[in-house]
Ligand binder design. Structure first.
Ligand code: FES
Length: 579
């Protein structure tokens, strides 16, 4: 065992020793199977076994460099005197998984927890980055509570089309609107397709992936500076081997997620989310992660922190630049140092330092990308939480990504019962809709869709696009991609599929949105709503068996984080018996 200044663990007290140490028949079997793989006792005996959970797959487009990175993490583990084992876990491909990668977030969370529990491992490096992989792996690791480091895959390089910078997601929506308006031909459209995602790494706008990896770093669950390094830089490889070295030390120190995470670190994470103008999806994931750690995060906490936090990351979709620029401007450490007066700097991190120590020497190198405090994108309010008779348990809007004139608006509803209904009718010339209408989509929530997909940036009808309309009020019980934008009211809770008031809205009903007043109101009398509620019938059960049935039975609503009820923090799970 290499000398560790702050060692708490001994080789005999390692968790893996229960599998590999005793002189009994079962351990003989485990050791002989290690030898079957070509390892000698010198490779593992008395060393921390480090699980490297790898979300690589041929369908995980953002993680294509993980085959190389996993070797670099292993190199670090070996260097520090550990024994690395790579364990593949479910990849959550945001691009390809249907109905939505969110449907499977809790599945990966369970897999993360149980793969760590059932194997002889002492600590873990969690390799993720594409949207849901970050919350999923952290949720599982928090519940398992072994020493763990999150290793973010890093953002992809800037996109490019004929010299024009492209941001993933954000520019796809933007140029699609131009194509629908008849302004972009086939050639141009193919050029954008070629250039919008041109390297490994997660979406390089401030979408859900960039937001969640920044949150992981602010929570103290990555090494300092890990979240913003572009995926293809050599610095990303060095961060991989450093993560490998550090996790071995963490095992000897017995530094677990429960030692790092606190009410303060979750408040820090919300503050960072607001300062970077992060994705609205972060709210759902933070509530779920905090729930695993035993902390409650009501929606009002997000609104309160949002009101005191300036948005200073000038990154698309709210701003102008991309993650590569953010990294070159100093990255998350520099941004956090700039808002350190808003942070609990005494919170711990997995590096062994406090967050304050971790960001002490970080400087901003480009004030156009990480804005000065007196010149923010917006003084406060990256995310507003609204309540009202349409959303008794709340809903959210990202005002910085919307046309400001719409933040105070009353208009008649145009209701679509499902996404299929919307797709069939939205571009019909006969649709009775104007720029002042409020588009409402039902059946798009956790149970209704199912899986709480990112449908919330509802399309603007082609006939209005042609008139030059680019933003409208759109309301749904869905989520929205962090790369999306517009006056989209999201996460309406409770959702329509379980009888939330959004299920009762009908064409022509007036809906009032008062973002400053945090209010959303359906101008229909209580008596009429009661009449409609009595007529309402729940949708037919979609799943007769399988994971979908489990999901629909166990998911909580948006304001509760959509974790499964049986996975919330509770009585500690016993270690497996070894007989
Ligand atoms: Fe992976 Fe956007 S598709 S982060």
């Amino acid at each position: 065992m290499p000398e560790q200044k702050s060692a708490v663990k001994t080789p005999e007290s390692l968790r893996s020793h229960r599998w590999l140490g005793p002189d009994d028949l079962r351990s003989f079997g485990h050791r002989s199977r290690m030898k079957q793989m070509g390892f000698a006792a010198e490779d593992w005996a008395g060393k921390p076994v480090i699980a490297i959970l790898n979300t690589w797959s041929d369908m995980a487009t953002c993680h294509t460099h993980f085959k190389q990175r996993v070797e670099e993490i292993k190199r670090g583990v070996w260097q520090a005197g550990g024994f690395p084992v790579e364990i593949p876990v479910m990849s959550l491909s945001e691009s390809f998984m249907k109905p939505s990668a969110m449907f499977y977030r809790n599945f990966l969370a369970m897999e993360t927890e149980e793969m760590l529990r059932c194997h002889p491992v002492d600590g873990a490096v969690l390799m993720g980055g594409c949207d849901k992989t970050t919350p999923a792996m952290l949720m599982g690791a928090i519940s398992m509570n072994l020493p763990a480091i999150y290793f973010p895959c890093g953002p992809m390089l800037r996109g490019n089309w004929n010299g024009t910078t492209l941001g993933s997601g954000t520019d796809a929506w933007k140029y699609w609107a131009e194509r629908c308006a008849g302004n972009l031909g086939d050639c141009e459209w193919r050029g954008i397709e070629d250039g919008i995602a041109r390297s490994p790494g997660h979406c390089m706008t401030m979408g859900t992936a960039s937001t969640m990896t920044a949150i992981a770093e602010t929570l103290g669950m990555t090494l300092g500076g890990a979240s913003s390094i572009p995926a293809v830089l050599s610095g990303h490889s060095r961060m991989a081997s450093e993560s490998g070295r550090r996790i071995v030390e963490m095992v000897w120190e017995d530094l677990k997620p429960s030692d790092v995470l606190s009410a303060g670190s979750f408040e820090n994470a919300i503050t960072a989310d607001m300062a970077i103008g992060g994705s609205t999806n972060a709210i759902i994931h933070l509530i779920a992660m905090a729930g695993r750690a035993g902390f409650k995060l009501p929606l009002t906490t997000f609104d309160a922190i949002s009101q005191r936090t300036p948005v200073i990351a000038n990154i698309r979709p709210s701003g102008e630049y991309l993650m590569e620029d953010f990294h070159d401007a100093g990255g998350l450490r520099a941004l956090l140092n700039r808002i350190r007066h808003l942070l609990h700097v005494d919170c711990k991190t997995i590096s062994g330092n406090t967050l304050g120590q971790q960001i002490d020497d970080a400087k901003v190198f480009n004030d156009k990308v990480i804005l000065p405090l007196d010149q923010p994108l917006s003084k406060a309010g990256a995310t507003f939480v609204l309540h009202g008779n349409l959303a008794p348990d709340g809903c959210v809007i990202k005002p910085t990504a919307a046309e400001q004139r719409l933040l105070q608006h009353t208009g008649p509803a145009v209701v679509f019962k499902t996404y299929a209904d919307l797709k069939a009718r939205i571009d019909s010339e006969a649709l009775n809709i104007t720029a002042d209408s409020v588009i409402v989509l039902q059946s798009a929530g956790p149970v209704g869709a199912p899986g709480f997909p990112e449908w919330g940036m509802l399309p603007i009808p082609k006939k209005l696009l042609k008139q030059g309309v680019r933003d409208m009020i759109r309301i749904s019980d869905a989520r929205m991609s962090g790369t999306s934008y517009g006056a989209c009211v999201l996460h309406v809770s409770p959702e329509s599929a379980i009888g939330g008031p959004i299920a009762l809205v009908r064409d022509g009903d007036l809906i009032e949105l008062d973002v400053t007043g945090r209010r959303i109101h359906l101008h229909v009398s209580e008596a009429e709503l009661a009449r409609r509620r009595a007529e309402w019938k729940p949708p037919e059960e979609r799943f007769g068996r399988g994971y979908g049935k489990l999901f629909c039975a166990e998911t909580t609503q948006a304001h509760e984080g959509c974790d499964f009820k049986f996975l919330h923090a509770g009585k500690a799970t016993r270690e497996p018996d070894i007989y």
